[in-house]
Design a protein around this ligand. Structure first.
Ligand code: EPZ
Length: 420
């Protein structure tokens, strides 16, 4: 069923909204339950397509899953004996590759096709395989499928060539049940890595140093059941902050972790946006125009690549010229071609965009090319004069729970309709 989103821009977003649980933490914590020797209950999960895909994948492996959206998910992994993930399931999300680390930790064998996910670059998994090989895993890629096997997982040192979020998570999953200690060097430090480590430790695993670039994992043979609530979504929080600024509104976002937002907060303050925070809420107001700013995406705690797209949408109407550098992915500026249809003045050269602020964007038909590009088009539509039609909004549903409901509750004129 094809849909499109319709936004009539110009309404300042005002009021209070609660952020959902984190997509990129949920897609790591759910597969991690396969490492457990007892049932687990996960709370605060966002009801998004990626979570629903993982429910189907775990059920196909034989796990007993009870999922009450907005409440909890209970997973009993004990009946699982399978270790193969089909092509279609592997393709449904990027994070299907976490089933490699989880199944290796569970039974020493995993067969998963190369994952799906946003087309924002080549997205290799060489670092994941390097980490598995260090643990004694034989890996082979043939016919689009990754086969990983180990008679015994043995702890080892792994030095990542790049600070990879996925590689850090995947090797952490396998190492949690390896024999001996694994040390990950040049590990990624994103909040969802800390959240996964906290979840593993709540089951009795021994993970230390998550959030730094050296993580030590002492393998544990038996992991007991746990109940765990995932952290709020850092990127949804940031997207709502940017939308509030883009519409010259006044929004308070509840249930977030302000510390995770510091790189974005600093840039918004530099633009002249008013940002204030308490322990679990952030208020964003704009009292006047926005100044152009420059930024470069970096690994955490730098400016998150996932917020580059909505932020660059905001900069299209800032006063002055902004320079955006996308250092993490090589093709993550395509959304700016779409926003140029709305009157933005942008020049893209490789991983750099030069954005010359214009007084006003104008509604137009545009198409999502990936999840965060979709978020950028929503931000642009909210501040444009007239109606913006956003095609392929399904991308947005992969990472944002009921984005229209949240935005409508803040006064946005946004709806979705079936087109054929
Ligand atoms: C995770 O992707 C997120 N996805 C991405 O969010 C996020 O943009 C990214 O981390 C960076 O924060 C999930 O968590 C499901 P990486 P991931 O491995 O793990 C290179 C979203 O919008 N690299 O940290 O794929 C890679 O090419 C999504 O929610 C290798 O070279 O990111 C990239 O340049 C989009 N070899 C850089 O590292 C590898 O083996 C960072 O990739 C792995 C990665």
């Amino acid at each position: 069923m094809k849909e499109r989103m319709l936004i009539t821009g110009g309404n300042p977003l005002e009021g209070e909204v609660r952020v959902s649980g984190g997509k990129n933490t949920a897609v790591a914590v759910i597969p991690a339950v396969l490492l457990c020797d007892e049932p687990c209950t996960i709370e605060n999960l966002p009801d998004i397509e990626d979570v629903r895909a993982l429910v189907d994948i775990l059920r196909a492996l034989g796990a007993k899953v009870t999922y009450i959206p907005g409440e909890f998910m209970t997973i009993d992994p004990r009946p699982v004996e399978a270790f193969q993930i089909g092509y279609r399931d592997s393709q449904r999300l990027r994070a299907s590759y976490y089933l490699l680390g989880a199944l290796l930790g569970r039974c020493g064998h995993a067969e998963v096709y190369f994952p799906g996910g946003c087309e924002i670059g080549s997205r290799p998994i060489d670092q994941h395989l390097k980490g598995f090989n260090a643990l004694g895993v034989e890996t082979e890629t043939h016919g689009g499928r990754i086969t990983a096997m180990a008679k015994e997982l043995t702890g080892s040192d792994v030095f990542f060539d790049v600070a990879t979020v996925g590689g850090t998570i995947n090797v952490m999953l396998a190492a949690a049940k390896a024999k001996g200690t694994t040390i990950l060097y040049n590990a990624a430090k994103e909040p969802h890595i800390v959240d996964l480590a906290n979840f593993l430790n709540s089951m009795g695993a021994k993970v230390k140093g998550a959030g730094t670039d050296v993580i030590r994992i002492r393998g544990t043979q038996y992991l007991h059941g746990a109940t765990y609530a995932v952290i709020p979504d850092q990127i949804e929080t940031g997207t709502l902050m940017i939308a509030a600024a883009a519409t010259r509104g006044d929004v308070t976002i509840h249930g977030c972790i302000p510390q995770h937002m510091e790189a974005l907060t600093a840039k918004l303050l530099e633009m002249g946006v008013k940002v204030s925070d308490s322990d679990d809420a952030i208020r964003v107001r704009t009292l006047g125009g926005h100044r152009a700013v420059n930024f470069k995406t970096q690994v955490y705690p730098g400016f998150p690549t996932d917020l580059q797209q909505p932020m660059s949408a905001l900069l299209t109407t800032a006063r002055g010229t902004s320079i955006v550098q996308e250092t993490i992915f090589e093709q993550r500026l395509k959304h700016l071609d779409e926003i140029a249809r709305m009157g933005a003045r942008v020049r893209v050269a490789g991983r750099m965009a030069i954005i010359e602020g214009v007084p006003q964007l104008y509604g137009a038909p545009v198409t999502c090319t990936d999840l965060r590009a979709g978020a950028a088009l929503v931000v642009a539509g909210l501040m444009a004069k007239g109606v913006t039609e956003i095609y392929e909004p399904g991308y947005i549903d992969r990472g944002y729970e009921q984005i229209e409901v949240k935005l409508r509750s803040l006064g946005a004129d946004i709806r979705r309709e079936v087109i054929d």
